[in-house]
Design a protein around this ligand. Structure first.
Ligand code: TRP
Length: 405
């Protein structure tokens, strides 16, 4: 899943740091060792049942419970099974180059689209990242354009997919966010997100709530599922809340919540902007190999002899975890690798090479599609909201623009 970024401002860290059994998870701070089950209690979301997983399109991210929890998943599944309209919203905060973890929900959304015809909306919150990161508009704009190329390379169907950039689509986002913001009190924002540095970030949840309602505002009521890393769940909760208060003609969006892809340096340390190197989608094969060989935390034993005798531990081995999350789709092969590793027949270095090969294959295909894209404006055009769609969204939200009579 997405590797969470650093807190918006390092001063946030002057609060006491969590101890081993404490942890913090908000969209702006992820600290401590996460207990994913406890987190659900805190957030009020539910574990996926086997039966729910079986009703989703088959995908290793679900089968292996990287996406492990949700809200109102059944409504979405029923609509998908009945071929009734259903939508997926999964976005990106363009604060830097995209890494492996960032594309997992996008490839999952693509699978949903292919299998059941889901409408997919992909908002890019350049406004949020401008406020949360100490970066110029130019820098955020550059990341936005590069991220868009990666998103386009995933290969969504333009007839069923809309890509939104907050600053570029402000004509539709802003008036709707205003309406939702009337229910967003500083006390709510404080409780849900913790201290925010600026009033800009205090307003932003109204923008992300708008993203989550947009498919329904554009095209009418439909179950909407938001596949995201669990740190983004607060946005879903706030959206469900304010949507109900506004009595908008929408269903509350549901969530499909995912665990974080572990950082290369091992479980529990997940900051993408810290020292741990991460694998960017544009990385060449040599860089991928070099990064994994030098940095990946392994579950191997200290000596060859010890490893041969006692075996390694795949559950903490990062190359194995990468294979398990996404990059080895075949269950049998994955089990075989785990068994060989536990038995001491497969060495850490050999396991690293398997991961390098699979990740390189994936990136090769992604980069080939990325390289075949034409100019960004041309490629993006069929994915942008049409004038009619913008008008209908504003009408459904009950926010005609100020120049309309
Ligand atoms: N806030 C998200 C992040 O920081 C990006 C995002 C914006 C998003 N809009 C969204 C994610 C809607 C999911 C759904 O990564």
């Amino acid at each position: 899943m997405t590797e969470p970024d650093e807190p918006a401002d390092s001063t946030a860290r002057t609060e006491s740091r969590p101890t081993a059994d404490e942890f913090t998870v908000t969209p702006y701070a992820v600290e401590g060792e996460i207990n994913y089950e406890k987190l659900l209690e805190r957030f009020g979301a539910e574990s996926l049942t086997d039966e729910q997983i079986a009703r989703f399109p088959d995908h290793p991210l679900l089968r292996r419970r990287t996406f492990y929890a949700g809200r109102d998943v059944d409504d979405y599944l029923e609509a998908a099974a009945a071929s009734d309209p259903h939508a997926v919203v999964t976005g990106r905060g363009p604060s830097g180059p995209m890494h492996l973890g960032h594309v997992l929900p996008l490839y999952l959304a693509k699978r949903f689209q292919q299998e059941t015809g889901a409408t997919v909306y992909i908002p890019l919150s350049d406004d949020e990242k401008f406020l949360a990161k100490d970066q110029s508009f130019d820098a955020i704009g550059e990341h936005t354009r590069e991220n868009l190329r990666d998103i386009l390379a995933v290969g969504f169907d333009p007839d069923r997919t809309r890509i939104i950039v907050d600053t570029a689509d402000a004509d539709v986002i802003y008036p709707i966010a205003l309406r939702l913001a009337t229910h967003l009190t500083p006390a709510t924002v404080d409780t849900v997100y913790g201290d925010q540095d600026t009033v800009g970030l205090q307003f932003y949840p109204a923008v992300q709530a708008t993203h989550l309602l947009l498919p329904q505002l554009v095209a009418g009521r439909r179950p909407t599922l938001v596949p995201i890393a669990v740190d983004q769940d607060p946005h879903v909760r706030v959206c469900r809340d304010v949507a109900a208060k506004e009595a908008l003609p929408v269903e509350k969006p549901g969530a499909l919540l995912g665990r974080f892809l572990p950082s290369l340096e091992g479980p529990g340390k997940m900051s993408s902007s810290g020292d741990a190197p991460s694998i960017e989608l544009t990385a060449d094969p040599e860089t991928v190999a070099e990064t994994i060989r030098t940095h990946a935390y392994t579950g191997g034993r200290a000596t060859l002899e010890d490893h041969r005798e006692n075996g390694g531990d795949p559950t903490v081995d990062v190359p194995f975890q990468y294979l398990r999350f996404f990059f080895e789709a075949d269950d049998k092969r994955l089990e075989r690798i785990a068994a060989d590793y536990r038995a001491g027949e497969l060495l850490s270095g050999e396991l690293k090479e398997i991961a390098i090969e699979r990740i390189t294959d994936f990136l090769d295909a992604h980069q080939r599609r990325r390289g075949e894209l034409g100019p960004l404006e041309t490629e993006l055009d069929p994915f942008r909201l049409t004038d009619g769609e913008r008008r209908r969204a504003l009408e459904r939200a009950g926010v005609p623009t100020g120049l309309e009579p």
